[in-house]
Design a protein. Structure first.
Length: 114
């Protein structure tokens, strides 16, 4: 998972190393990434690292498809029904649900004054 290297590269590029408090992720339901497993892996992998104590905030995005025949969006039932519920056309155009990205990183910038 590229989360730690991606956030580590950003962290190391900062002139003053900030304390990261939260990492916000967007995870689509069609990525087959289980948020609970991701949360567990994050907690294990961040121990004794620059991310120790940071909170992983996961926003799940639903699977939304678009039927060109009906000209409407619909929500397929993952693992059960992917075709358009109105006309039965196969799912061809996925509008949402494949996202897996870091949305933002929250941190505290320390200001050192003499």
């Amino acid at each position: 998972m590229p989360l730690l290297p991606a956030s580590g590269d950003w962290w190391e590029a900062q002139p003053e190393r900030p304390q990261i408090s939260q990492i916000h992720l967007t995870v689509g339901r069609f990525t087959c990434v289980e948020p609970a497993s991701l949360q567990f892996a994050f907690e294990v992998q961040t121990q004794n690292s620059f991310l120790q104590g940071a909170k992983l905030v996961i926003r799940e995005m639903p699977l939304i498809a678009f039927c060109h025949r009906c000209q409407q969006e619909y929500q397929p039932e993952i693992g059960i029904q992917y075709a358009c519920p109105t006309c039965g056309s196969p799912m061809e155009d996925i509008r949402s649900g494949r996202e897996l990205k870091i949305e933002r990183i929250e941190y505290e910038q320390f200001n050192y004054t003499s």
